[in-house]
Design a protein around this ligand. Sequence first.
Ligand SMILES: C[S@@+](CC[C@H](N)C(=O)[O-])C[C@H]1O[C@@H](n2cnc3c(N)ncnc32)[C@H](O)[C@@H]1O
Length: 290
Amino acid sequence: MGGACGLSRRPPRCQAREVRAGRGTLRYVPEDSKDKVISDEDVLGTLLKVFQALFLNDFDKQSEILTLLPEPVKSKYQDLLALEHQRVKQLENRHQLQNIFKPEEILYKTLGFSVARATSSLVSAGKGVFVTKGLVPKGAVVSMYPGTVYQKYEPVFFQSIGNPFIFRCLDGVLIDGNDKGISKVVYRSCNGRDRLGPLKMCDSTWLTSEIHNPLALGQYVNNCSNDRAANVCYQEFDVPAVFPIELKQYLPNIAYSYDKLSPLRCVVLVALRDIKQGEELFSNYYTIVS
Ligand SMILES: C[S@@+](CC[C@H](N)C(=O)[O-])C[C@H]1O[C@@H](n2cnc3c(N)ncnc32)[C@H](O)[C@@H]1O
């Protein structure tokens, strides 16, 4: 059995097929794009929309970062903020003008739904992830899988012992989404390493009870079963070079080894059908033998 990568997941609708190679099982994907339920552009568009809304909501606390940004970017945010203030002015609510929305409220305002962790509807399955408000339309990015990203040749043995939160990507890259123990220490240490003054290269609040990115709870989504069909699937997303530096503070992933050239691997969960308020999210885990 594979030690470090005993568990992997794959999108149920992916075009991947498995081929036996010696004792192991490898996944063969004819074309990258065929594995995706929605386009990378759609994933990027959604993440930018949510992260930008979170940034604007927290604008007062972002002043140090803003001083580092080029003038056109700074004025873009100032314009967006002015528009947002105009929108809430009718409400004449000082609290709203002071931007004190909670992250899950920002998610609801931006995408029309919010998600949260709660006791699973399955007996003895621990926690799960639920749609707490609104409707998740089919094809929407409903969550992200947070964690430290390991290349397949990097050491993950100790972090993987008894760890059910290791996600295996199609190319063997692993994401450790455990928010406790050694996994938590490793993530925090990588976060500190990559920080550039006030500019954070990732979000580490998913390790706490006060998460800043309301999508970063995908590691708690439970597996489907005979009577609970999958309603979400995993999709890999490599963060493009054009991703705004000031929004990286909301990315819930960081590379185990610093690598300036390779794009950061993220994994998002995409809705396979409309998902109503109160429903629990279920994905499809896939165990490999290696
Ligand atoms: C990635 S974690 C998911 C979060 C987990 N429910 C928790 O509260 O920590 C995977 C673990 O959740 C539990 N789990 C996931 N799907 C399940 C299911 N369909 N039935 C029972 N337990 C499940 C198993 O213990 C599994 O090892």
